[in-house]
Design a protein around this ligand. Structure first.
Ligand code: GLV
Length: 271
């Protein structure tokens, strides 16, 4: 497969990059600051794109790759890929569903506990030496609390495909007000699901109890106002980021590419 040219559009786990490099003629987009010059020179040779949650293929990139056959994303989310255009052009798209479910669910529970039991605050309290002045303030019990989950399961995905963008700012002022000063918001999906300015005002004004966030509207930018708040726990989009899970995801990306180029059925096709 060394004669097949693959374009890596964003940094991925080093295992995945090494394996791609071994098997294919690999270009890394970020090695070419003059993107349009690079695409004019090499665009026609590229038959596959590999990306993840930080980068995919928009309409402009797809147009610059006239012989593109497949986009294989090392992520469950494919919001950085123009799926409509892929469908029109007959470009196959794969992602890495299921294999990261446990990892993301584990971290969600971690985020809930960190937020409600104030684990990060307690850690800062001990490190700062303040414990000597007295015990820390009381936290909130998690067991027995009602948890509302808004997400894209199999049915939700089917609905979302039929009604694009229905999830944009689904967590708005109304939902935040319904959670109230004793409620907590956890976002482990995509930043754009939450109206971030509304979330910030609610936190600043005490209209929401707290927030645990792994994703933001404009990553890697995290609004300054959030950084100063004690009642938020902030993670850098690491839902599936363990060595074990990222390796399984990488193998799925590689498996999809191999199946495609051998003319076999894709392992996890989206389109
Ligand atoms: O954000 C991570 C993913 O979509 O897998």
């Amino acid at each position: 497969m060394g004669s097949i040219t693959v374009l890596l559009v964003t940094q991925v786990a080093s295992y995945l990059e090494q394996q791609l490099n071994k098997r294919y003629n690999l270009f890394r987009l970020w090695d070419h600051p003059q993107k349009s010059h690079f695409l004019t020179q090499h665009g026609a040779s590229i038959r596959a794109v590999v990306g993840r949650s930080t980068g995919g293929a928009d309409s402009e990139l797809i147009d610059a790759l006239p012989n593109l056959e497949i986009i294989s994303s090392s992520s469950v989310g494919v919001d950085k890929i123009d799926l409509v255009k892929c469908k029109e052009k007959g470009i196959r798209v794969t992602n890495t569903p299921d294999v990261l479910t446990d990892e993301v669910a584990d971290l969600t529970i971690g985020l809930i506990l960190a937020l409600l039991r104030r684990i990060c605050e307690c850690d800062r309290y001990v490190r700062s030496g303040n414990w000597k002045r007295g015990g820390y303030e009381l936290a909130t019990k998690f067991s027995g609390k009602t948890v509302g989950i808004i997400g894209l399961g199999r049915i939700g995905t089917a609905i979302a495909k039929r009604a694009e963008e229905q999830t944009h700012h689904i967590i708005n002022r109304e939902v935040i007000s319904a959670l109230g000063p004793k409620g907590f918001l956890i976002n482990i999906g995509r930043g754009k699901h939450v109206d971030e300015p509304e979330l910030i005002s609610a936190l600043l004004e005490g209209r929401l109890g707290g927030a645990g966030l792994d994703v933001y509207e404009n990553e890697p930018h995290v609004p300054q106002e959030l950084l100063g708040l004690q009642n938020v726990v902030l993670l850098p989009h690491v839902g599936s980021a363990t060595v074990e899970t990222r390796t399984v995801m990488a193998d799925l990306v590689l498996g999809n590419l191999e199946a495609h180029f051998l003319g076999k059925p894709l392992l996890t096709p989206l389109i």
